[in-house]
Design a protein around this ligand. Structure first.
Ligand code: MOS
Length: 722
């Protein structure tokens, strides 16, 4: 088998050919015992001799300037060491754009909740006391904190294919709807935390971060020092979902304070600060238009959106990303409006774009099916394009039709019946479905594998944010070297190790996994040379190496350490092809006819994600995404006070993520076999974000089927449902 993956190097040997059967198996996470026994040390768990505690002071105006702060009063509090007001601290890192230089230096306030100072004390309690009592004098400016109140908007040029206006105006059947989705927060289980320690002119930062190769550059830039003077450690990260892609204000503050005071400083954010001062997902307003012939062929697709961010930030939620490649039409058009407001900066939150864009887009397809009087599953199946509708590229692999059909069969879609036709006592029962789609990416990534005897060590600055990186990289290395996974030690989360993609955009496992695969392959070449055969003729199995003439135990052959190091470049996916994960979500809901309460009774996601690297961790990712989908459809909503933009729902008691009682016991995930030869040398695709993309729409469409009418403003509260 040859790989179509394009590389400057010789075609890589595929994992298939090693024959170990480790890759893909549903292995338990190797870090699991450490996590559940509390011995995995997170950033906020770590403490060092002489450490001081910092608590961020946050602005209480939406826009203006800090005129003065009464720092003397706070410094007189027992235990308070200092109040740090260094302008570098106030700079707001561009958290949504890993690798980009932070913006907004100085004394300006751009949003309510923006960090403006750090109170440092001998104890966390004293620091918190000081932070609460610091009196700040502001010069207040007027600023809109809601997108519909600001005249300051930037409208993109439309992204088009064909002549949308012409096909739209002549379409026989039309759906034209406006939707809104609220702001959302990543709410990772581990709050943001950082511990900075200087040694001479070098700073070591322990912080909860997703992409430490990039974060290292960001910290160097924020502090105005050379990146070689920065080391970042993040061996365990308790979730990120985008909120830890970029360096947060707690890290810069800890580093600035530690340098000034000449002692280590730790800053751990309380949950409310995470809501205020860490990026959020933008609220959206979306207009979705579908035009079709009476025969059920979609002719026109348009998805226009409005999102927001603070001044100077480059990120804009890519709402219509998947709308541009799922269905075909003669004319397609997509426009984005970015409103500049004084509110917590927006950035990447799990599946930026698809997570909220598909809530509206896939509800629109469903409504088109109703309008045409056809089955929504059938409408989708009949409108899948042969090629990427915007640029004509071939899809790499796309089993969307198989996922739709397989899911329908498993879920019992044919028993669905007409809208409003089923009930169970006071509960109206409905079934809904949606396509799932999420673009697949590859990011530059390096790894080193060292082998002594039959023990291997993988080294990369990749992170494991709870997704299974430790386990997957051990599986790939074991597969390539003919070892058991427990003979492979994986070292992650240290910026002194070869720089990896980090965890984000669902590219982590494929990118870092490809680098590890290539590094292990270099070891195979060295082993073959020692054995006097070519790598093609080498078999590594059960800790033994076998060539055409010789055979040896690795423990006897590799008596001195050998090292393989390799890197995979970003964007090496063949340009002729477009790679994305696809799937289908199905949901059954019960809606109480008196209260409007919605209960999800069961859900099924059928997905195709290239080669599965670990069936268990992949399933967990898919399930987690689908649960986010339930939240987006029913409860999740970050609300702000329009007067000053301050976030009202700023803890997990007020911001409602689904709890166990909201998640049905019957949640199924099925993966359809697939290898993506165009995506990367290990033929895998991302899965983390595919689970959420479209999942909420399946719930929303099920509600419409149960009640017979549609909701256009999400989440679907009881008051909106009836
Ligand atoms: Mo993801 S939102 O790129 O961590």
């Amino acid at each position: 088998m040859t790989s179509k993956f394009t590389m400057d190097e010789p075609q890589p040997r595929l994992l298939d050919e090693t024959g170990q059967g480790v890759i893909g198996t549903p292995m338990d996470r190797t870090d699991g015992p450490k996590k559940v026994s509390g011995t995995a040390e997170y950033s906020g768990d770590h403490s060092v001799e002489g450490m001081a505690h910092g608590v961020l002071v946050r602005a209480t105006i939406s826009r203006g300037k800090v005129r003065s702060m009464d720092t003397d009063a706070v410094k007189s509090i027992e235990g308070v060491i200092d109040v740090i007001t260094d302008p570098r601290l106030i700079r707001n890192p561009a958290q949504g754009m890993a690798g980009e230089a932070p913006v907004q230096p100085g004394d300006e306030v751009h949003y309510h909740g923006q960090p403006i100072a750090l109170v440092v004390a001998e104890s966390f309690e004293a620091a918190r006391d000081g932070a609460q009592r610091l009196v700040v004098d502001y010069e207040v400016e007027e600023a809109a904190s809601a997108p519909d109140e600001t005249p300051d908007t930037e409208v993109s040029d439309p992204v088009t294919a064909g002549d949308f206006d012409a096909v739209w105006s002549s379409a026989e059947v039309k759906v034209d709807r406006n939707y809104t989705t609220p702001s959302q927060v990543a709410a990772a289980m581990e709050p943001h935390a950082a511990l900075a320690e200087w040694s001479g002119d070098t700073v070591t930062l322990r912080s909860s971060l997703q992409m430490i190769r990039f974060n290292k550059a960001e910290l160097a830039d924020s502090l105005g020092i050379d990146p070689s003077k920065v080391r970042i450690l993040a061996p365990f990260v308790g979730g990120g979902f985008g909120s830890k892609l970029g360096l947060g204000p707690e890290a810069v503050a800890a580093a600035v304070a530690a340098q000034k005071l000449g002692r280590p400083v730790r800053v751990v954010m309380p949950r409310q600060t995470v809501f205020d001062a860490i990026l959020r997902r933008s609220e959206t307003a979306q207009r979705v238009r579908f035009g079709a012939g009476k025969d059920g062929r979609i002719t026109a697709i348009s998805h226009d959106d409005r999102v927001s961010n603070v001044d100077g930030e480059g990120f804009a939620e890519p709402v219509s990303q998947a709308s541009q490649f799922i269905y075909g039409a003669d004319g397609l058009s997509f426009t984005q409006t970015l409103a500049r407001i004084a509110a917590t900066p927006t950035g990447s939150v799990r599946a930026p774009g698809e997570a909220v864009g598909m809530l509206a887009f896939e509800a629109g397809v469903d409504e088109l099916a109703d309008t045409l009087g056809v089955d929504p599953l059938q409408l989708r199946l009949e409108n899948l394009p042969d090629k990427h509708p915007m640029d004509g590229r071939d899809y790499s692999t796309r089993r969307l039709a198989d996922c739709l059909r397989d899911g329908a069969e498993r879920f019992g879609w044919s028993d669905r019946g007409p809208a409003g036709s089923k009930r169970d006592g006071d509960w109206l029962i409905g079934m809904g479905m949606a396509s799932a789609a999420r673009a697949n990416m590859l990011i530059q990534s390096a790894a080193r594998v060292r082998l002594t005897g039959d023990k291997a060590i993988v080294e990369t600055d990749m992170t494991d944010i709870g997704t299974g990186t430790y386990t997957i990289l051990a599986q790939i290395t074991a597969e390539m070297l003919g070892l058991r996974p427990d003979q492979v030690e994986v070292r992650l989360g240290d910026s002194d190790l070869p720089g990896a993609s980090g965890s984000g955009g669902s590219f982590g496992a494929s990118s870092a996994g490809s680098a590890t695969f290539l590094a292990a392959r270099k070891l195979r070449e060295q082993i073959a040379e020692k054995l006097g055969c070519s790598e093609d003729d080498l078999t590594l199995q059960g800790g033994r190496a076998r060539g055409d003439n010789h055979e040896s135990a690795l423990s006897e052959l590799i008596t001195e350490e050998i090292v393989g190091e390799a890197s995979i470049e970003a964007g090496k996916t063949a340009e002729s092809h477009f790679s994305a994960g696809f799937g289908a979500h199905f949901a059954e809901v019960a809606v109480n006819e008196w209260t409007g309460e919605v209960r999800v009774r069961r859900m099924l996601g059928v997905m195709s994600i290239g080669r599965i690297l670990n069936e268990k961790t992949a399933r967990s990712q898919a399930l987690g995404g689908m649960i986010w989908g339930i939240g987006a459809a029913l409860t999740e909503e970050m609300e702000s006070d329009r007067r000053d933009g301050h976030i009202v729902t700023r803890d997990l008691a007020n911001y409602h993520v689904p709890v166990h009682a909201d998640v049905p016991g019957d949640m199924q995930v099925v993966f359809l076999e697939e290898r993506d030869d165009w995506a990367n040398p290990i033929q895998s695709k991302g899965v983390g974000e595919l689970g959420i993309s479209g999942a909420g729409a399946a719930v929303i469409n099920a509600i419409a089927h149960a009640t017979g009418h549609r909701v256009y403003d999400y989440p679907c509260h009881p008051d909106r449902v009836l």
